[in-house]
Design a binder for this molecule. Structure first.
Ligand SMILES: [Zn+2]
Length: 242
């Protein structure tokens, strides 16, 4: 039984060792490990931690042993209950479930700026015709959120100062960055390389730059385009802001 590989649906309860270890700390590693959440709930435990109830399913084939490994790997938690839904195994195989943007955003919040894996998992979970638009939209939300979080205090900087003083430092969380006037180069862009032929991963960066600048009240409407993609060649991706 432990060797059978299939898509698993399970419900589990984890108890965290302190109240500071919360739902997000549990679900983010699960999303990262490729599980799709069905429902999640948090309650305070009698021992001063939290009880986290999760129902989820694996997106790829996993054995029960893999699942137990993944659950045991979550820091600061003890697995107190696990039930695996046997019936799911045969029926759930065909359709790969789309990750939901909300859970992706909360995983991004927990791991920022090391988010390339999460972004590419989201990308891979989507049907190919939706990837570009969804990654663009996700990028806009993340870039906008980072501007709000880190740069919205004080008087807003105009173009092109905001590029060098704010946008470039923000993008440096992902890779080495160079900027020349309105052109930005991501050297070893972590989003482009693993992306599919439609370069949907690059659209995360396009969206990020747009969202970041759109949240700056001193910047008017801008359009961003990836003018050169380095995936599978130089690995330097070029983004132009117009
Ligand atoms: Zn690219």
């Amino acid at each position: 039984m432990l060797k059978k590989e299939c898509s698993l649906k399970f419900s589990c309860t984890l108890e965290t060792s302190s109240e500071r270890i919360r739902l997000v700390n549990v679900i983010s590693p699960l999303i990262k490990a490729g599980y799709q959440l069905v429902s999640q709930k948090q309650e305070s435990s009698e021992k001063g931690g939290n009880l986290i109830y999760v129902i989820a399913r694996s997106q790829s084939a996993k054995t029960q042993a893999d699942l137990i490994d993944d659950l045991s790997f979550i820091e600061g938690c003890t697995l107190v209950n696990l039930e695996i839904d046997e019936d799911e195994s045969s029926s759930a195989a065909p359709a790969k479930k789309v990750l939901d943007e909300k859970s992706v955003l909360s995983a991004i919040g927990a791991y920022y700026p090391k988010i390339a894996d999460i972004v590419s998992q989201y990308e891979a979970s989507l049907p190919s015709d939706r990837r570009m638009a969804a990654l663009h939209e996700l990028g806009r939300k993340v870039g906008g959120g980072i501007y709000q979080r880190d740069y919205s205090l004080g008087s807003p900087l105009k173009m092109p100062t905001t590029i060098n003083r704010e946008l470039v430092p923000a993008l440096k969380g992902f890779s080495k960055v160079k900027a020349k006037n309105n052109v930005i180069y991501l050297i070893k862009c972590p989003f482009c390389n693993p992306s599919d032929h439609s370069h949907s991963g690059c659209h995360f960066v396009v969206g990020y730059i747009e969202g970041f600048l759109a949240n700056n009240p001193a910047v008017g409407v801008v359009q961003v385009e990836e003018t050169n993609c380095g995936a599978n060649s130089t690995n330097i991706c070029e983004f132009t802001i117009e």
